[in-house]
Ligand binder design. Structure first.
Ligand code: GDP
Ligand code: IMO
Ligand code: MG
Length: 429
């Protein structure tokens, strides 16, 4: 049976997960998102045509692939409707299926997210402002409205009323912010639900059927390892588990249904929003990487912070997600540099640390220990053959493999699906 593969980000998001999911989708029976929401921005490029996805799985360009949004995803119906409308020429209703157990993001979650950020002032997380955190809070607090509640308008109305009244109490009395209309929330949710109701299914049951038929699953992660709610740089994280094991809980399959974990890593590091970032660059090299790598957020248009490749961060990601192999993206972005650095360990209060610390306070104090390598100063952009990569670029990759003790099985040299070097077939190994 072909492998079920989990694709996750190993840094702070935006590693190029979308591109790789789109690339691997033809080898898989179905594609499934398992956590996060429309805070994600996954960019696919095919023949120069760019598609940015937030909620819809990155298999959607393949019309014969069923795409699932699993129960672990927090779902904004408004964002979904908008995204479906942007996908002109694609029959989304034919291929997309959504778990009824998804928690709904309501406009009042967005209002709360934004009000909280304002209140945090200088300590703002730098969230995407899309209601992700408040929606997950309500899920854990057992008061969320779920997609299958929409089946019964009376129940839906009751649940929305109770929840939005509670949100409005907080908005008005604690945050001194504008309240949200219960009536508008209800009518908007119902209006969009009625358009997509035929796509609502029991995802776990469908994935079990797919398994019985010998089909495999490509699980698509959002965000990255260091944004994980438990294992990331808390509180500067997102509100879901981004680690690979989340693929099971977030779709309804079990941990034994994960056969291969593919970690996506940029050849350098970026982060958007606040929080510690030991290898961050504040100089011209950082600016060059940002410009060449077009490091602007696909969701919010914010500039991404850029820095050198960080081995301690990668080691934690590999441990937390049992990463089997890596895909290294954006190698081409480093093409012009005269030298490249790799952070091989941290110095924490005079002690050498091989793996990123679990304690955020300690993370803030970590100083990178670098090793410097000569740049290749040759073109890797759009190279599709490993043998054609410059020797020094190959050395950079093999140094990282040795430091991490994990093999790099895919190399990405450009945004286009085709600008990729596949060294191993992960689906049929
Ligand atoms: P995701 O959130 O992990 O799916 O990544 P994003 O789509 O947010 O960000 C990755 C960005 O880099 C997108 O603009 C991609 O088109 C682009 N990209 C992906 N792989 C490569 C690559 O190998 N080289 C270059 N130059 N760009 C890439
Ligand atoms: P993809 O899937 C990069 C960041 C936000 C912020 C923190 C919390 O494209 O890699 P949230 O809105 O989730 O409560 O914000 O997490 N963040 C991302 N950063 N890529 C993403 O997704 C992100 N999704 C959330 O910038 O720092
Ligand atoms: Mg992104």
């Amino acid at each position: 049976m072909p492998n079920n593969i989990v694709v996750i980000g190993t840094q702070w998001g935006d590693e190029g997960k979308g591109k790789i999911v789109d690339l691997l989708a033809p080898q898989c029976s179905v594609v499934a998102r398992f956590q996060g929401g429309h805070n994600a921005g996954h960019t696919l490029v095919l023949d120069g045509k760019k598609t940015i996805l937030h909620l819809i799985p990155s298999g959607i360009l393949h019309s014969d692939k069923r795409c699932y949004i699993g129960n672990g995803v927090v779902l904004s119906l408004q964002a979904l409707e908008k995204e479906i409308n942007t996908l002109k020429g694609i029959d989304v209703a034919k291929t997309l299926r959504i778990a009824g157990a998804c928690v709904l993001i309501l406009p009042s979650h967005i209002a709360l997210d934004q009000a909280r950020e304002i209140k945090r002032g200088a300590k703002a997380i730098g969230t995407t402002g899309r209601g992700i955190g408040p929606a997950y809070e309500d899920k854990v607090a057992r008061r969320a409205v779920k997609l299958f509640d929409c089946k019964n308008p009376r129940v839906l109305k009751e649940k929305i009323e109770r929840l939005v009244n509670y949100h409005n109490f907080l908005l008005e009395n604690y945050y001194h912010a504008k309240v949200v209309s219960v009536e508008d929330t209800y009518s908007e949710v119902l209006r969009i639900y009625n358009k997509i109701s035929r796509t609502v299914v029991d995802v776990a049951a469908e994935l079990a059927m797919n398994k019985d038929k010998g089909g495999n699953v490509l699980f698509e992660g959002a965000q990255g390892a260091m944004l994980d709610i438990d294992h990331g740089t808390y509180p500067y994280v997102t509100s879901s588990n981004t680690v690979a094991s989340s693929a099971a809980a977030g779709t309804g399959l079990g941990p034994k249904d994960i056969h291969h974990v593919l970690g996506i890593a940029k050849a350098y590091t970026t982060r958007v929003g606040g929080g510690p970032f030991p290898t961050e660059l504040f100089d011209d090299i950082g600016k060059t990487i940002a410009t060449v790598g077009r490091e602007v957020g696909a969701s919010t248009g914010r500039a991404r912070r850029c820095g050198w490749f960080d081995v301690p961060v990668m080691r934690r990601a590999i441990v937390n997600s049992s990463v089997d192999s890596l895909c290294m993206t954006k190698l081409d972005v480093l093409d012009s540099l005269t030298e490249v650095k790799i952070c091989v360990a941290y110095d924490l209060d005079g002690k050498r640390l091989e793996i990123a610390p679990s304690e955020p306070e300690a993370f803030e104090r970590c100083k990178p220990i670098y090793e410097t390598f000569p740049g290749w100063q040759a073109v890797t952009a759009a190279v599709r053959d490993y043998e054609k990569l410059p020797e020094k670029a190959r050395q950079y990759l093999s140094t990282i493999e040795k430091l991490l003790d994990v093999s790099i099985d895919i190399i990405s040299t450009g945004p286009d699906r085709r600008d990729t070097i596949i060294l191993k077939d992960l689906v049929n190994d």
